[in-house]
Design a protein around this ligand. Structure first.
Ligand SMILES: Cc1cc2nc3c(=O)[nH]c(=O)nc-3n(C[C@H](O)[C@H](O)[C@H](O)COP(=O)(O)OP(=O)(O)OC[C@H]3O[C@@H](n4cnc5c(N)ncnc54)[C@H](O)[C@@H]3O)c2cc1C
Length: 372
């Protein structure tokens, strides 16, 4: 990829669901010149998922009745239909993404790692291991998986983060999981199902049902069912406390809690402590909100770098989290329309995304609570 003499209208970095979905919306804009780069393969994060990891959100082909499959990135596609599975694993979802990208003939270059981005008078210059490319608008869709957050405690190097295969390998004896939200309960249930005794520690007790109905703030139904089954074995303990340190003790490990208690485990404690925003080479082109997530304007654009958009699970607007595909996909067509209009292109085809329930441009409509 030599330096291109003519700038693209838009360049998308990352070919996961956010990047592929945004590219599909850009493809619906008439005569827009755009491209997608990924440092690995299409759906690389999903190819890297531990084998046992499956989606939390089920897939079901409701598309024809206005209920587009929760994990679709285009209104006319459905992972449940193309793969035939409701709770997909990573390899299956990567296959879906590749088939969608192929069907719609998206211009994607794989094995291109973006290492730097410079702001120019007419847009951006993007530097990669394969040369540089210029684009008037840039969409960062690099995901969060590349930035696992380890607990900020002494001995954190003695933990296995849930993003790695080691945390998922079958364990026997006593297991400790630090963090009790979705990934913590998921991996705790897995180890209980395989016979281990598991203690989950989290001072915020996120396993409690909570009062809101937003799945970003309460366990998914499947997780709650698994949790009840795991508790019924008598081999799962949920402890409301903060882990303050981890030490190697004899042939095992001790996790010290805020109340002074030590919990012993036969293997490294598992850190189910989530991910950061993973902004990589565009980090300095965003400012951060007080909670650390990137500050965005109403178009999901950096507040300090016009023309730089964020697509994916790190999108936050006020108290709204867009951390699931069915949430952040609402913004693909919005971002594409803003970019298309700035390039003077016809964006009317994007209205089909709204009809399919895949375009939210009025953020005040999100976050309603269910009555029952
Ligand atoms: C364990 C786990 C389970 C989850 N389960 C669900 C679920 O059940 N349902 C749901 O809706 N969401 C789920 N999520 C949320 C998750 O954030 C999304 O599913 C999804 O991975 C986010 O998509 P993305 O495209 O933003 O990021 P990714 O899928 O991570 O894609 C980012 C892409 O960018 C590429 N990239 C990164 N940096 C560069 C660079 N410098 N240069 C070039 N390319 C780069 C990567 O190679 C990658 O292919 C889960 C997340 C995790 C971590």
């Amino acid at each position: 990829m030599a330096s291109s003499p003519q700038a693209l209208d838009a360049l998308v970095i990352g070919a996961g669901p956010a990047g592929i979905g945004t590219a599909l919306a850009l493809a619906a804009v008439d005569d827009l010149h755009f491209g997608v780069l990924d440092r690995g393969q299409i759906g690389q994060t999903f190819l890297d998922w531990p084998e046992q990891q499956t989606f939390l959100t089920p897939s079901f082909t409701g598309n024809g009745f206005g209920a587009t499959d929760l994990n679709s990135v285009h209104p006319e596609t459905s992972p449940a239909f193309s793969i035939g599975v409701d709770y997909l694993n990573g390899a299956q979802y990567a296959k879906y993404l590749r088939s969608v990208a192929g069907h719609f003939q998206l211009p994607i270059m794989e094995e291109v790692e973006v290492a730097g981005v410079a702001v120019r008078s007419d847009g951006f210059e993007v530097f990669s291991n394969r040369g540089s490319v210029r684009a008037r608008s840039l969409v960062w869709a690099g995901g969060e998986f590349g930035q696992p957050l380890v607990p900020r405690i002494s001995g954190s190097t003695l933990t296995d983060h849930t993003s790695g295969a080691a945390a998922w390998a079958i364990r026997s004896g006593d297991v400790v999981v630090i963090g009790g939200y979705e990934s913590g309960i998921d991996i705790a249930c897995l180890h209980v199902e395989n016979g281990a005794h598991v203690t989950v520690v989290d001072e915020n007790t996120p396993w409690d049902a909570g009062s809101g109905s937003d799945p970003s703030f309460r366990l998914a139904p499947r997780s709650r069912v698994r949790l009840q089954r795991a508790l019924a074995t008598g081999r799962l303990s949920l402890v409301s406390a903060r882990a303050v340190s981890v030490h190697a003790v004899g042939d095992g490990f001790a996790t010290k809690l805020s109340d002074g208690e030590n919990i012993r485990s036969d293997s490294k404690p598992i850190a189910a402590t989530g991910f950061g925003s993973g902004l990589g080479p565009v980090q300095q082109l965003f400012t951060a909100r007080p909670d650390g997530w990137p500050e965005l304007d109403e178009d999901d654009q950096s507040t300090i770098t016009p023309g730089l958009f964020l697509s994916g699970p790190s999108i936050r607007h006020g108290g709204l989290k867009f951390c699931f595909i069915y949430k952040f996909r609402q913004r693909f067509a919005h971002i594409a329309r803003v970019i298309g209009e700035r390039s003077g292109k016809d964006t009317s085809a994007l209205e089909a995304w709204r009809e399919a329930g895949m375009l939210t441009d009025d953020l005040s409509c999100c976050g309603a609570e269910c009555a029952c």
